[in-house]
Design a protein around this ligand. Sequence first.
Ligand code: CO
Length: 134
Amino acid sequence: MRAKRIHHLGVAVDDLDEAVDSYQRLFGAEVEGRDTLESQGVEAVAVRLGESRVELLASLGEDTPVGRFLAKRGPGMHHVAYAVEDLPGGLADLAGQGVHLIDDVPRRGLFGMQVAFVHPESVHGVLAELVTVG
Ligand code: CO
């Protein structure tokens, strides 16, 4: 599989509005969109910095993926998302290489994207998200 580029960095935060304010004030970030994914218990704001994007993630509860992450590790880098053209094909490629996939098949992620996550143990400690756009 060949990723086209980094689509965004995911950062787990305690307070979404405070984090957005920080990124605006410190780095001149512009808010691109805000979305909630109830099924994953996460609320997110995507901010743009030129061509780059950071996804700020807050949990909707303690017993959610981001809630557990925050409880265990505190705020900080959560995942790196790679843009791929063929997500099912990419997942098949990774599965064939014995990679630990969190999502065997693409699912609906934030901002209406099709996404799949790869376990950090297969990517040197960093959770990876594969996304298809357009
Ligand atoms: Co993401």
